[in-house]
Design a protein around this ligand. Structure first.
Ligand code: GLN
Length: 235
């Protein structure tokens, strides 16, 4: 088990946290504390230089204008982009997922650059996708995921990019493969998803997957009865 402090960089909580997604950083830190592993959340707002050596980064969702600002902010911090690409583990939710991609097209048809870290692109749907969503997670051992989606963006994955889940109910990315709707993105270092909730509070196995990747140790699953009862109402 790690004895040094696990650092969790909460990026742009002042810009991208309209859906309580900052709570994902709290969940990660809390689950580490419960296992006796020291953890620290570093909040990095838009006026600060981001830390570039965090073990984990967390990006949340946000409105269209806010996310364009966030994309520019990321592009102006290349060392952070390199850390997200190469050495850290990242959770990116909704707008946070979209801005890691190659580009995003807005409702007036204008295409904006993303950080180019993921081979994905996002265009507007005709109608927003709003409501509860349940998926089968593609990360081995994680099982079903549940959350709340609220987005207009439809995200297409490059051919080599894996989804995080296959949709049971709800919308997800709006790209299909072999007849099934897909949700999110799953790479060795990045989990991207449209699920709010916050997603890690509602899906502790996904939190533990991120923690295992970040620490290099298998994080024991914890029995939290209230959480199991809550999940049972959605799954
Ligand atoms: N603004 C983006 C969209 O509507 C992202 C929304 C979100 O982060 N919930 O697609």
């Amino acid at each position: 088990m790690p004895t040094s402090t696990v650092t969790i960089g909460l990026l742009l909580p002042d810009v991208l946290s309209t859906y309580s997604d900052a709570g994902n950083a709290t969940v990660l830190a809390k689950r580490l504390h419960w296992q006796g592993i020291p953890a620290e959340v570093l909040r990095c707002t838009a006026d600060q230089s981001p830390p570039t050596s965090c073990d984990i980064y967390v990006l949340g969702g946000g409105e269209d204008t806010a996310q364009l600002f966030a994309a520019q902010w990321l592009l102006s911090h290349r060392a952070l982009c390199q850390a997200i690409t190469g050495s850290s583990v990242t959770l990116a939710v909704c707008a946070g997922l979209q801005i890691l991609g190659r580009c995003m097209t807005d409702v007036s048809g204008f295409t904006h650059a993303g950080a180019g870290i993921l081979d994905i692109e996002t265009r507007p749907r005709r109608v927003r996708a709003v409501g509860e969503i349940v998926t089968d997670c593609t990360v081995p051992g994680v099982g079903k995921l549940c959350g709340f989606e609220n987005h207009r963006g439809a995200t297409t994955l490059g051919t080599e990019t894996r989804p995080l889940g296959l949709v049971r109910s709800g919308v997800g990315n709006c790209d299909r493969r072999l007849g099934r709707r897909r949700e999110g993105v799953y790479t060795d270092r990045i989990i991207g998803t449209y699920l709010h909730g916050p997603v890690l509070a509602r899906n502790p196995a996904l939190a533990d997957h991120l923690l295992s990747r970040a620490t290099g140790h298998t994080v024991k699953s914890l029995d939290v009865p209230d959480q199991t009862a809550l999940r049972d109402t959605y799954l």
